[in-house]
Design a protein around this ligand. Structure first.
Ligand SMILES: Cc1cc2nc3c(=O)[nH]c(=O)nc-3n(C[C@H](O)[C@H](O)[C@H](O)COP(=O)(O)OP(=O)(O)OC[C@H]3O[C@@H](n4cnc5c(N)ncnc54)[C@H](O)[C@@H]3O)c2cc1C
Length: 399
């Protein structure tokens, strides 16, 4: 393939597309190679098809990385405000849903992908879909030879700058590959241990049936471990626990560890019982718990609490038990639902291998890594796209 490109971007996801567009503003010509039939597959399914494309309160503490300061430079070069005004320029106004999460007011992720599609056309970039990159070799000349499969044939392109924007391991059936990690290893770059993140947690053994029976029940909780805590809903499922608070803590959880759930984070259950007891001591604990939680959940608590007792007859031991269960419900998940259900990958190309200012490999000039394949993992709520946009922007300035 004749080389008329300033850079080749591998992966037409959030990072690759933003990188191509930003390079276009600077007059650079780009070839994007994408394994899938269509571009922006994950953007299209994100946020339930609505795409939570950034978060108004995004700051570095919302990102997990071996070097928590690494993402600072990218965010200072391309901020949440830059993201908002970029999309606004092309007719997408943001609508905040909850906790700073911004969605297109049309509620349609397709609008986001359309912006990139039309800008790439305007800039004259070439996007080859159904093109899986198989190999990347650095030639003695300092150029890179990229070999990709297209229409059952292997093709080559030679270029001076390569952007690895091939994403992480979640959802292999949507095109996810370990290409970024493989390239990093091939060039001798360190990888920070990877794991599914923003992922539901499983419960097995004697408690599994109890969780399964509660499937569909959602409760506002504080979920915590020794590193962090989140106040959002948890959702009981047939296999264990999901919901935003669980997805968030999963990024800070490792197999074998316990999480603590406060089922009533903004109240004190003992104080509630004491005050209710004054009004109606004959009320059962079940009745009171049903006022606070769903009836089904309150009934299920009979596995742990004397729910049939009336409030006046609860003794000191009962109070201790109730306080422990409602405010310190400890759970030891068996595992997680893996990359099929994870929203992101934790870990990735180690940040100390890359310049935080340019995202170029320190060891391999001309090789750039951005988006999810880098060891920068955002919370749930639009943070991961913000990293993808910011890292794509930064790379575009330097290729
Ligand atoms: C169900 C779901 C919902 C999500 N919702 C949100 C949300 O609302 N907000 C948010 O901030 N984040 C969300 N995320 C996370 C977000 O989608 C990712 O963090 C983001 O897409 C990462 O962007 P990326 O460009 O690095 O990778 P990707 O978007 O994954 O793009 C990588 C691209 O590279 C291609 N590719 C891989 N290997 C090769 C190869 N060898 N050759 C050619 N092409 C290759 C892939 O096909 C893919 O198109 C969600 C994730 C999932 C799974």
């Amino acid at each position: 393939m004749e080389n008329t490109f300033d850079a080749v971007i591998i992966g037409a996801g959030a990072c690759g597309l933003m990188c191509a567009v930003q390079a276009g503003y600077l007059g650079k010509k780009i070839l994007i190679l994408e394994k899938n039939e269509k571009i922006g597959a994950k953007i299209l399914i994100s946020g339930g098809g609505r795409c939570n494309y950034t978060n108004l309160y995004s700051e570095e503490s919302n990102f997990i990385s071996e070097n928590p300061h690494f993402c600072k430079s990218a965010f200072s070069q391309y901020s949440v405000d830059d993201t908002i005004s970029f999309f606004k320029t092309y007719g997408i106004n943001g609508q905040e849903k909850t906790l700073g999460q911004l969605f297109p007011s049309t509620n349609n992720a397709k609008d986001i992908v359309r912006v990139f599609e039309s800008l790439c056309t305007d800039f004259g970039h070439k996007i080859l879909t159904n093109s899986e990159v198989k190999e990347l070799v650095k030639l003695d000349s300092g150029m890179f030879k990229i070999t990709f499969a297209f229409a059952n044939k292997l093709k080559d392109v030679t270029v001076s700058s390569v952007v690895i924007a091939s994403g992480g391991l979640p959802i292999p059936k949507m095109g996810a590959t370990d290409f970024g990690l493989k390239v990093a290893k091939q060039f001798g770059l360190k990888i920070t241990e990877t794991a599914p993140a923003l992922v539901p947690l499983t419960i097995t053994g004697k408690d599994a049936e109890w969780y399964a029976k509660l499937s569909g029940n959602s409760i506002f909780c504080r979920v915590s471990n020794d590193k962090i805590s989140f106040e959002e809903n948890i959702l009981f499922t047939h296999w264990g626990l999901s919901g935003p608070a669980i997805l968030q803590i999963s990024s800070y959880w490792k197999p074998g560890e316990q999480i603590r759930i406060d089922l009533l984070p903004n109240d004190n259950i003992i104080e509630i019982i004491q005050s209710q007891k004054m009004i109606n001591g004959r009320k059962t604990l079940l009745g009171l718990l049903s006022d606070i939680f769903t009836r089904k959940f309150a009934e299920a608590l009979d596995k742990y609490l004397p729910v049939e007792k009336n409030l006046a007859s609860l003794n000191k031991e009962d109070f201790l038990l109730i306080d422990q269960l409602i405010h310190k419900f400890d759970v030891k998940p068996a595992g997680d639902k893996g990359y099929d259900k994870a929203e992101v990958m934790r870990g990735g190309v180690a940040t100390d291998e890359l310049s935080s200012k340019t995202l170029e490999s320190k060891k391999v000039p001309g090789l750039y890594f951005g988006g999810e394949c880098v060891d920068v993992t955002g919370w749930l709520g639009g943070y991961n796209f913000q990293w993808a946009w910011s890292s794509g922007f930064v790379i575009a300035q330097n290729i």
